[in-house]
Design a protein around this ligand. Structure first.
Ligand code: ASP
Length: 332
């Protein structure tokens, strides 16, 4: 990681994100967020959700506040949805163009943060390829600033986790009875880590992680999951199936990773492979999708797919998180 700053030892992100009253000051991880906070965030997000084609929900609760999008890794959905979420709550939104930003010129990340703070940016939405970067920033910002993790290396992606939880809850009503299968490169997936953390807190009946051996996760990173390597076994009777992209940018050595055809034949989710899942199973994918590798195009576009709903729910979840964190801003 090249931050231009020494990275201090990580203190517990789960503790760092809460203020002295146990309220959410930053959102760094879903780890340690209790059932009450998770459920309240999902309830509030549900309230912001309106169907595509109708007018989106709006509020003025962030009027006068500024949201800064600091994406030091590519993003389409997450960045756009934080942008829309901020605007729909009445905030000013600043999208920092990373290609022209000073960080590329060697400015330390803290110099960038202090510069934005001086411009009265209140929310730093951070995506970075380095583990620990959102917490590092959170430890250094002034009292009026909140840091929201928008994707941290292969460690976590808490707002993606929340939108996945919301999508599942909207379709299945709850979690306790569900069998959920996460399929693909679970080892390098921050999406899988955050989903597993949230699902463990909310209490799912069975969580399965299905990958080729070379992409299987450390069991500690997917709490409570059954680690499996056979797709038919993994999909059998599942109510929710989440396909993941192979995170090639995070894999140093591709030895042992099957080629595209072999991968699709053994781990690609298709209409045919879904026949062993429950008939009303939903299919999810965080995007970006590689059709014909981890998911068949016709399945992604078919009736069981909730992939575009995940995108809709992403805006609602980010509105809920911004609003929740904003509540602690006046009390610091
Ligand atoms: N968009 C997700 C992420 O940022 C998933 C992916 O990139 O494959 O982690």
């Amino acid at each position: 990681m090249n931050l231009g700053d020494p990275v201090e030892n990580l203190e517990d992100e789960a503790t760092l994100q809460l203020d002295s009253n146990g309220e959410l000051r930053h959102l760094l991880t879903l780890k340690g967020l209790d059932k009450v906070i998770l459920t309240q965030l999902l309830d509030e997000a549900e309230h912001y959700r309106t169907a595509p084609g109708s007018l989106p929900a709006r509020a003025r609760s962030l009027e006068g506040r500024t949201v800064g999008n600091l994406f030091f890794e590519p993003s389409t959905r997450t960045r756009a949805s934080f942008d829309l979420a901020g605007k729909r709550l009445g905030a000013d939104v600043l999208n920092l163009d990373v290609n022209t930003s000073s960080r590329k010129k060697g400015e330390s990340i803290l110099d960038t943060i202090y510069t934005l703070q001086a411009m009265q940016v209140d929310f730093m939405i951070v995506r970075d390829a380095g583990a620990g970067v959102p917490a590092y920033i959170a430890r250094h910002v002034s009292d009026h600033v909140s840091v929201l993790n928008a994707g941290e290396a292969d460690v976590s992606h808490p707002t993606q986790g929340l939108l996945d939880l919301l999508t599942i809850r909207l379709h299945k009503g709850g979690f306790e009875e569900l069998t959920i299968a996460i399929v693909g490169d679970v080892q390098h997936s921050r999406v899988a880590m955050s989903a597993a953390q949230g699902l463990q807190t909310l209490g799912v009946a069975e969580l399965r992680s299905i990958s080729p051996a070379a992409l299987a996760p450390d069991p500690e990173n997917v709490p409570g999951a059954r680690i499996m390597d056979d797709l038919d076994d993994g999909l059998r009777d599942a109510e929710v199936v989440m396909a993941l992209r192979i995170q090639r940018e995070r894999i140093g050595n591709l030895d042992g990773i099957p080629g595209i055809d072999e991968y699709f034949a053994n781990f690609g989710i298709s209409e045919k492979r879904m026949q062993v899942a429950k008939p009303d199973a939903i299919v999810m994918h965080p995007g970006p999708m590689n059709r014909g590798i981890e998911i068949e195009g016709t399945l992604a576009d078919g009736p069981s797919s909730v992939i575009t709903e995940q995108v809709t729910n992403g805006v609602a979840v980010r509105m809920a998180v911004l609003n929740r964190v904003a509540k602690t801003m006046g009390t610091r």
